[in-house]
Design a protein around this ligand. Structure first.
Ligand code: ADP
Length: 299
């Protein structure tokens, strides 16, 4: 099984002619309410990819929370809600996109930030992969990754978004997954544009059995170990919308590791899953099922 600790958000996505300047009011041309949060997106991706998926997360006692709970259930994710003290709203992200595709995002994390280390109970028996991202408090993630809690399980941390303080978690992870922007932030590089630049990830490795997986957009992905690296090129596609590609990659990779795949063997399939996610708008709706990805790989 895959056990995940992560964020749950409702995304309010508005299309505007131009982004508002300070003090300005702008009317949206179109507004959509979409399920989101890196945690929820990755949980759906792992579950659709075939993993028995458990998600620890927090929602408010409100309609948005109920809606997100139903989205997780429809997608086969076993939701383990954290009980919160007092009234906290479900997390929200307000996303404005202008004509040129530029965006402005405001995240109101709400219930996600109320998760405390005391809320993390014992692991689900039989879990092989423990997965977290950085949209929930770091002390809760530290408790989730406690060595005596996870036993021989694999700790996978998606260091997204880049939070400098999260470096304290790196020694207690087995697989760290970063995109180019995040790797540049953690290694204080101006830019990461390909595999050669990604080798800088070695400075984040503190143990022989640790590795960093770097996603390179249209460049695919690579795994960097202390003494070796391996690059898997991306599937050739024309993206419709890359929202959710990174989350799809992480969820699919977690599902494959849960099956016992080696990372080197899993990367081409995770790339193919993420490429398929770029063919559909949105996060949750874009996550492919395993059979669809296998069919593309067999061609
Ligand atoms: P993020 O979405 O976090 O910025 P990336 O852009 O690195 O992450 O994308 C994650 C993965 O999605 C990549 O490793 C790749 O497999 C796939 N992907 C993203 N963009 C494309 C693209 N233009 N063509 C093919 N695959 C893509």
């Amino acid at each position: 099984a895959v056990e995940l600790l992560g964020s749950i958000n409702v995304d309010i996505v508005t299309a505007l002619k131009h982004l508002p300047r300070p003090g300005e009011t702008v009317l949206a041309r179109k507004t959509e309410k979409l399920p989101g949060g890196k945690g929820a997106n990755q949980a759906v991706a792992a579950s659709r990819f075939g993993a028995d998926t458990y998600m620890i997360g927090a929602i408010g006692d409100d309609g948005d929370g109920e809606w997100m709970e139903s989205i997780l259930a429809e997608n086969g994710v076993h939701f383990l809600p954290v009980s919160l003290n007092g009234q906290v709203p479900t997390g929200m992200a307000y996303i404005a996109v202008d004509e040129k595709g530029e965006n402005q995002i405001i995240v109101a994390p709400g219930a996600n930030t109320a998760i405390a280390s005391e809320n993390i109970g014992p692991a689900i028996p039989g879990t092989r992969v423990f997965l977290a991202q950085l949209e929930v408090p770091l002390d809760a993630i530290a408790a989730f990754f406690q060595p005596d809690r996870v036993g021989h399980g694999l700790r996978v941390l998606n260091g997204a978004p880049a939070v400098p303080e999260a470096r304290v978690l790196f020694p207690d992870t087995d697989v760290l997954i970063l995109n180019q922007t995040e790797l540049a932030a953690y290694c204080e590089l101006s830019e990461v544009s390909g595999v050669e630049d990604a080798l800088a990830a070695r400075q984040l490795i503190t143990r022989e059995d640790q590795c960093v997986v770097v996603t390179l957009g249209a460049g695919g992905s690579c795994v960097i170990r202390r003494n070796s690296h391996y690059h898997a090129p991306a599937m050739k596609v024309v993206p419709v919308d890359t929202i959710g590609a990174g989350d799809c990659f992480v969820g699919a990779l977690a599902a494959l590791l849960d099956e016992g795949s080696r990372i080197e063997d899993a990367l081409p399939l995770a790339n193919a899953a993420a490429a398929q996610a770029t063919q559909v708008s949105g996060g949750v709706p874009a996550m492919p099922v395993r059979a669809a990805v296998d069919a593309v790989m067999a061609k």
